[in-house]
Design a binder for this molecule. Sequence first.
Ligand SMILES: [Zn+2]
Length: 119
Amino acid sequence: MRETNPQKKLIDKFYASRAWRMTRAWVIDRDKGICQSCGEIIFGEMTVHHEINLTPQNVNDPAISLNPELLKTLCHVCHDKAHKRFSGAVRCIERKVIVDDDLNINYKKRQELQKGSVV
Ligand SMILES: [Zn+2]
């Protein structure tokens, strides 16, 4: 029952890496904290969105995972839209929770989350 999934760990490790944090900060600075989708100045939560979804296969390829050309700052509303298949109640749930390593949506898990009061 232990939740050790080496592939998922790869992506977690990436998001915790110094390289990502620096790239993320650089992208936000480049975009001046303005949502690149709706053009609003972001006062709340900012997300740096990967145009190409990260997978265990590409996460360690800096040309994808750390390429500023493939990264843009989004407000959380537009980021929700960018991932609209995970709509509504699951917006604050990291996609890794409901997506398996083959990027299939875990509908059962998503339903559980939507039933709960997780917002
Ligand atoms: Zn926006």
